[in-house]
Design a protein around this ligand. Structure first.
Ligand code: TAP
Length: 498
């Protein structure tokens, strides 16, 4: 950390936490009065007791969101005024970025410098990007005959429920909030039970930014109670979910069994990283492979978890990968040289270790790591782990591990690489490294994934759509102007001229 960098350890000790639910512009206890503990994954200790909301709170929040939507306090503001409020929210997030980064590191176990240098700038840029778009989107007049005017106008969809995972709590909440609010909708947010802190702080900042009461509501609580109640609520018009493929499927069921609300799903991945033997400089490749699987402890939906390398390149690449992975230090999220923090919770750590065991049992060979480390801290740390001799039909190559575990698979030619890359139920992202332009074009079109990065690991820009093929996504694209359409409906108006 630079000499003048903030003292995040100190900030974390003094940061003021919101612990109640945020409904209709006020922080309130849950209807049941119940609370649950949010835990610091790097120590296993409780950070705070948080209001545990359930169905009754969902009813209250949805009713507040519907009332303000019907009154039009937000959706009927001029686009310019909504833009000003959203920009103010972005400014407030920027003003509080040090506390927010500290909270995020406390709650998720990720390195605070990742939160500060990646998650916070991403959240701020997201809010600004969507705010700036609000008054630059034009509706259309259709090419009908001259005695008729046919306009196609955008309407906000109404009350949006959004259920958030724990890996990038603030950045994903901002990614949902930007286009939802830009469109004039109201929103009820259910953060993951493990990471409610930054969403609650965001609620306070939204109120301070002048966003009317009831437009933004935050309900901490469990998925099976609060999340399900939101998914099944008959007065929620759209449910936007990011998380596992399994839970994503539940939301389709909830919608089918309630009101056929629109469902948007951003789900898991098992992304391939293809390295062709024509690559000469391995240094940037190895850095990006490491970033792809070790950043955020591998708890990243687009993590490059399957390394597909051309056979005669494997020895050289793997040696370079291992050398580089050893430089990624595991440790205290608040230490300046930590690059791999703690996994989110004990249960998840056991799951990751279970996958490592399964890989060994199926005959894959551990060439780096493979263990829990720093147990004495009480935290849930797993060291960077690399498997060699993996077959694509093994569990570790097919299932999402969501930890710092890389599986190495070899291939003979480009056709085999594409076939292995596509042999998965997922289709979120892929990387390809080659110096051959022909291969770059051909393979990037043949891979069945929502994002294909050639000679880079890229997913960050708000201007670029993000979403999955196959069981990695459903119903739309996040980021870019396509994200706005997810939360709008198109109305056709016919007008006969006399
Ligand atoms: P999930 O277990 O799916 O949880 C995500 C959210 O759903 C949490 O808020 C959770 O609540 C809630 N939930 C759990 N069970 C539910 C139910 N029965 N009904 C309604 N809501 C329910 O995922 P996770 O463990 O938090 O995150 C890891 C997964 O998310 C990975 O598969 C990863 O790939 C995926 N992910 C995808 C993306 C994108 S953009 N595609 C981004 C990040 C993560 P509680 O936690 O409070 O119980």
């Amino acid at each position: 950390m630079a000499a003048n960098a903030p003292d995040f350890g100190q900030i974390a000790k003094s940061v003021e936490l919101e612990t109640k639910a945020f409904i209709n512009g006020r922080f309130v206890d849950s209807a049941s009065g119940k609370t649950f503990d949010t835990i610091n994954p790097a120590t296993g200790r409780t950070i705070a007791a948080i209001a545990e909301t359930d169905k009754e709170d969902v009813n209250r929040a949805v009713s507040a969101a519907r009332t303000v939507f019907d009154k039009g306090d937000w959706r009927n503001q001029s686009p310019r005024d909504r833009k000003i409020a959203l920009l103010k929210l972005a400014d407030l997030v920027e003003k509080h970025q040090q506390e927010l980064a500290a909270m995020e590191a406390l709650d998720t176990g990720k390195p605070v410098l990742d939160a500060f240098n990646a998650d916070l700038p991403d959240a701020i840029a997201t809010l600004r990007w969507h705010a700036e778009a609000i008054d630059k989107i034009y509706d259309v007049v259709s090419p009908t005959s001259s005695d008729i005017v046919s306009m196609v106008v955008r309407d906000p969809i109404g009350v949006v429920g959004t259920v958030i995972p724990w890996n990038f709590p603030l950045a994903i909440t901002a990614m949902k909030l930007g286009p939802i609010l830009a469109g004039g909708n109201s929103v009820v947010i259910k953060p993951a039970e493990q990471t409610p802190l930054t969403a609650l702080k965001l609620a306070r900042l939204a109120a301070e930014a002048g966003i009317p009461d009831g437009v933004v509501n935050v309900l901490p609580g469990y998925g099976e109670t609060a999340g399900q109640a939101l998914g099944r609520h008959a007065d929620v018009d759209c449910l936007s979910f990011t998380g596992s493929t399994e839970v994503g499927g539940y939301f389709l069921k909830y919608a089918a069994e309630s009101n056929l609300k629109r469902v948007l799903l951003e789900l898991g991945g098992k992304s391939p990283v293809i390295v062709m033997d024509d690559v000469d400089d391995l240094t940037p490749v190895v850095e990006q492979i490491a970033f792809g699987i070790l950043f955020s402890q591998g708890e990243n939906c687009s993590a490059g978890s399957r390394l597909l390398v051309q056979k005669n390149m494997k020895e050289r690449l793997l040696a370079a990968v291992l050398d580089h992975f050893r430089t990624w230090k595991v440790g205290d999220p608040f230490a300046p040289d930590t690059r791999v923090g703690a996994l989110i919770e004990e249960k998840h750590m056991e799951r990751v270790l279970g996958y490592i065991d399964a890989g060994k049992k199926e005959g894959a060979k551990i060439v780096l790591g493979g263990n829990r480390v720093l147990e004495e801290t009480g935290g849930y740390f797993v060291e960077p782990t690399v498997f060699d001799n993996v077959r694509n039909d093994m569990k570790i190559a097919q299932e999402e591990i969501f930890g710092p575990v890389l599986s190495t698979i070899t291939f003979d030619d480009v056709e085999e690489a594409v076939s292995i890359a596509n042999d998965t139920k997922y289709g979120l992202a892929a990387q390809l490294y080659t110096n051959n332009l022909h291969i770059a074009h051909k393979v990037s079109r043949q891979i069945r994934a929502g994002t294909v990065s050639v000679n880079c690991f890229s997913e960050g820009d708000q201007a670029v759509p993000f979403g999955g093929y196959k069981q990695s996504g459903f119903g739309g694209r996040e980021k870019s102007l396509l994200a706005h359409d997810q939360y709008l409906q198109f109305k056709t108006i016919w007008m006969q001229l006399r």
